[in-house]
Design a binder for this molecule. Structure first.
Ligand code: FAD
Length: 358
């Protein structure tokens, strides 16, 4: 029995802790070694209490949502790993005061940006505010809201994620971002206290939020959504999900960010799509190391085809980056997160300081 396990079980006798729990099953790509100590929490209160305790006692703590964007090292993760499955969804009686005047205007209400929207956008009625736990799976959230004729999140259909993970990386679907719907987020701050942060303090950008650079833990968020026709919106979300059915599920989603406008112009490419670059420019579709393979269906995805290790998966990432650099002068920037790796193992892979190391 490790000292950490003993400490946590005696501090939280009602929670279930496991030692050396394999983490691969908690990820979409099914890769990764064990957690030193693991705990699944079903309520935001348990998540907050554990996080505050970890901060007060300087314990390493890692939060896992759906595990759809996280590559876990083969040696696993030291410290406490918390799988967040808290999933309360509550429609608020009214929109918080000042919420509409202080928000960033979303693109469907901004005439200059409307042309970038996909067709068949469901009509938005009056605003509705909804408080959602960070561990809520997006698919469950979308369906729960549509049953109550609350619309807006349809474009995120078929993205495997919890709301916390979606906010962390500001997910995108059909040219909309989750940040378009966020009013505020409740977090445990680095000071070990609970804070409410308004959306304009979250530094949202493409595949980015302030949470990349803080050790804050997201507990819940208030979303600003719309009344609308739930049946029509459900059809739209199903159609959209079908259009994405070629996305390989045994993966971590798109591994790299799309190209910058400068790189696209310099290489005279018809699209900034990183999938196009890997497939048409680098000719690396199907490239394989061990059980990790660049998908034949969508070249921006790396699949686990046969018990891939994290080392193999990382080796494919490094190979794609090296070939892109040598052949096209492009620096491919990962949009996934690495947990349990050393700084040396990730040298040259990440070009910001957004990763956790041992
Ligand atoms: C098949 C497939 C398709 C995908 N399609 C898309 C797509 O269309 N668009 C898109 O944007 N993404 C897509 N993704 C990527 C992925 O779904 C998103 O990045 C999603 O946000 C991951 O959420 P998660 O809950 O799985 O996060 P995790 O992988 O569990 O965690 C990701 C990061 O967030 C942190 N985190 C999670 N919860 C919290 C919390 N409560 N507080 C603080 N930190 C937290 C974790 O520590 C980690 O650093 C796809 C992935 C797959 C596998």
């Amino acid at each position: 029995m490790t000292a950490l396990y003993k400490q946590l079980t005696s501090a939280f006798p009602k929670l279930v802790f496991k030692q050396d729990e394999p983490l691969a099953p908690y990820t979409t790509v099914k890769i990764g070694g064990p957690a030193e100590v693991f705990c699944q929490v079903d309520t935001t209160k348990d998540l907050a209490d554990l996080t505050i305790y970890a901060k007060q006692h300087a314990l390493d703590i890692t939060i896992l949502g759906w595990g759809a964007n996280t590559l876990i090292a083969d040696r696993g993760i030291r410290g406490l790993v918390v799988k967040n499955t808290a999933n309360a969804v509550a429609v608020l009686p009214s929109v918080p005061e000042g919420a509409l005047s202080s928000r960033v205007v979303p693109r469907w209400d901004d005439t200059a940006r409307q042309q970038h929207l996909p067709q068949k956008h469901v009509t938005h009625g009056e605003h509705v505010a909804v408080r959602v736990d960070a561990g809520t799976p997006l698919s469950y959230l979308i369906n729960t809201l549509l049953q109550q004729n609350i619309v807006g999140l349809e474009w995120f259909a078929r993205i495997p994620a919890t709301l916390g993970g979606a906010i962390y990386n500001n997910i995108h679907g059909a040219h909309t971002f989750i940040s378009d719907y966020i009013h505020s987020v409740e977090v445990v701050g680095e000071d070990g206290r609970i804070h409410t942060l308004p959306a304009n303090k979250l530094a949202f950008a493409y595949d980015y939020s302030r949470f990349h650079h803080t050790n804050e833990v997201i507990l819940s968020a208030i979303l600003l959504l719309y009344k609308g026709n739930g049946t029509k919106a459900l059809k739209q979300s199903i159609d959209w999900a079908k259009a994405k059915k070629h996305h390989p599920q045994n993966s971590l989603g798109c591994i790299f960010q799309n190209l910058s406008a400068q790189d696209q112009a310099r290489l005279a490419l018809p699209t900034p799509s990183v999938s196009y670059v890997i497939d048409q420019v680098l000719d690396l579709k199907g490239f394989t190391i061990g059980g990790a393979r660049v998908s034949e269906k969508h070249a921006a995805f790396i699949e686990n085809t046969a018990n891939a290790t994290a080392d193999e998966y990382l080796a494919v990432i490094k190979h794609l980056q090296a070939v892109a650099r040598e052949q096209s002068g492009v620096q491919l920037q990962p949009e996934i997160f690495f947990k349990g790796f050393t700084t040396d193992e990730l040298a040259g892979v990440i070009h910001t300081d957004t990763y956790n190391t041992l």
